[in-house]
Design a protein around this ligand. Structure first.
Ligand code: C2O
Ligand code: CU
Ligand code: CU
Length: 484
């Protein structure tokens, strides 16, 4: 019987390596065919195969991500500036690694926004090639959505407008350059955007330094510390906030952790210590109606889970490992006692009733070895083709099928512009943690789900795609046009 790891690798071979020829003309084992944006060292393997650098787990501290300061807060708008630039950073202790960055770090700085208050971010592209920025999970006009063909040319500047007319939630921003999104995000073009709702402020959840965003990712390094991007996603190193399996000192009290699977391909299956409970309070679209006690969490690429962990029942000196099935992600070290006046209320945010749907559609996802591509309804993405024309304000039910049983390939389905709700999976109502507002859903091979979305209120073209970015960048993407 195949192990899970072998199955994933095989899925990667089907979903990635053998698909590269059609897109870029490179052979298996080479990097993506289109030129990556960084000018110099791309970690292309020209000679001997990579051996992963030996990294001792828990040898570095997990950084708390920096919060970006606005350049202006005048006129009801928080304005920010952010360069998109190459950087050379320490990821593996003692080694330097070339990355692509928002503002110089391997994980971009966190933007903190408030529901109802506008944000504008001015990006300057200092890379040698095009890039752009998508605010994942946000309700934004099409010109600020980071449409895959709407790029920021090298040496130019572009301001994106984020109205923030939506409920508070943990959003994130990342590159969305057509066919290069997987490599760009893998190399570092990703960061958090925390949108806080007024309702959330009143709940007295753990806040300030006890509210910690954690970006999960995966990587493959060679012995020199070079970040290797290969469409066969054999990526043994797990990262938390850009460092390999770090430790994080915590006080013996409650923390709110915003877990984001920022990996392009890996599905994280997380447990804490020996089945220590994590109280899930939120998912992609924000707070759930009520807290849920979980002892494991499955996060597909781009999915988020907000959990509260109470360390007060552990003596100082206790170490608790947050682990994926393939290895440790992060160790929490209970380092000091603390007072804690935060709470996790029994009621968080009510789920509104759904309007009646007036249309249904069906989308089938699969990797297609015959076409050397990843497809939706049998076709690769074509920016000149509209796959779904949708009336503004209308409510639709979409059935999404993952038919990749032969090679056991997962997909994560994501729609721009909207937050949606899962109606059922293979006809079965969703689990409570799957029943809140979502923008990305993991769909296991051979299964289907039905989701419902209301397409208000911007007009224009937006994409929907698999968020395993090796799949979207090889074709598993389509577009909708919202019309009046
Ligand atoms: Cu995070 Cu088009 O996606
Ligand atoms: Cu998105
Ligand atoms: Cu996929």
């Amino acid at each position: 019987m195949l192990t899970r790891r072998q199955v994933l690798t095989m899925g990667g071979m089907v979903g990635g390596a053998i698909l590269v020829p059609k897109i870029g003309g490179a052979g298996p084992g080479a990097t993506a065919g289109a030129a990556p944006a960084a000018g110099h060292d791309h970690g292309v393997l020209s000679g001997p195969p990579v051996t992963a650098a030996t990294i001792t787990p828990f040898s570095v501290q997990m950084p708390v991500l920096p919060v970006l300061a606005p350049t202006s807060t005048a006129g009801g708008v928080d304005a920010y500036r952010m360069p998109i630039q190459p950087a050379n950073v320490e990821i593996i202790p003692g080694l330097r690694t070339d990355v692509l960055s928002f503002g110089g770090g391997f994980v971009g700085p966190t933007i903190k926004a408030r529901s109802g208050r506008r944000v504008q971010v001015t990006y300057t592209n200092q890379l040698d090639g095009p890039a752009n920025v998508h605010l994942h999970g946000a309700h934004v006009p099409p010109t600020s959505d980071g449409y895959p063909m709407d790029l920021i040319d090298p040496g130019t500047t572009r301001t994106y407008d984020y109205p923030n007319q939506q409920q508070g939630t943990t959003l994130w921003y990342h590159d969305h350059t057509h066919q290069l999104e997987a490599e760009h995000v893998y190399r570092g073009l990703r960061g958090f955007y925390l949108l806080e709702g007024d309702d959330e402020r009143r709940l007295n959840l753990p806040s300030g330094s006890f509210d910690v965003p954690i970006m999960l990712a995966e990587a493959l390094f060679d012995d020199a510390g070079t970040l290797v991007f290969d469409f066969n996603p054999n990526r043994p190193t797990l990262l938390a906030n850009g460092r390999p399996a770090p430790y994080f000192p915590v006080a013996a009290r409650k923390y709110r952790f915003r877990l984001l699977n920022g990996a392009t391909y890996r599905v994280f299956e997380l447990t804490l210590g020996d089945g220590v409970p994590m109280t899930q309070i939120g998912s992609d679209g924000g707070l759930l109606p009520a807290p849920l006690v979980r002892t494991s969490l499955v996060l597909g690429p781009a999915e988020r889970a907000e959990v509260v962990v109470d360390f007060s029942r552990f003596p100082v000196g206790t170490q608790l490992v947050l682990a994926d099935v393939t290895g440790p992600v992060l160790r929490f070290d209970v380092a000091r006692s603390s007072v804690d006046t935060s709470t996790v209320p029994a009621r968080l945010r009510p789920l509104s009733a759904l309007p009646a749907a007036t249309n249904t559609r069906e989308f089938t996802l699969n990797v297609d070895p015959a076409q050397f591509a990843s497809v939706i309804n049998g076709r690769v993405f074509d920016p000149n083709r509209v796959d779904a024309t949708i009336r503004r304000g209308s409510t639709e039910i979409w059935k999404i099928n993952n038919i990749d049983t032969q090679f056991n390939v997962d997909h994560t389905f994501h729609i721009h512009l909207v937050q949606f709700r899962v109606l059922d999976r293979d006809g079965v109502p969703p689990d409570p943690w799957d029943a809140g507002w979502k923008d990305t859903v993991l769909i296991r091979p051979g299964t289907s789900l039905r989701l419902q979305a209301t397409f208000a209120d911007y007009l224009g073209r937006y994409v929907f795609h698999c968020h395993m970015l090796e799949h979207s960048s090889t074709g598993m993407m389509a577009q909708m046009e919202i019309v009046s």
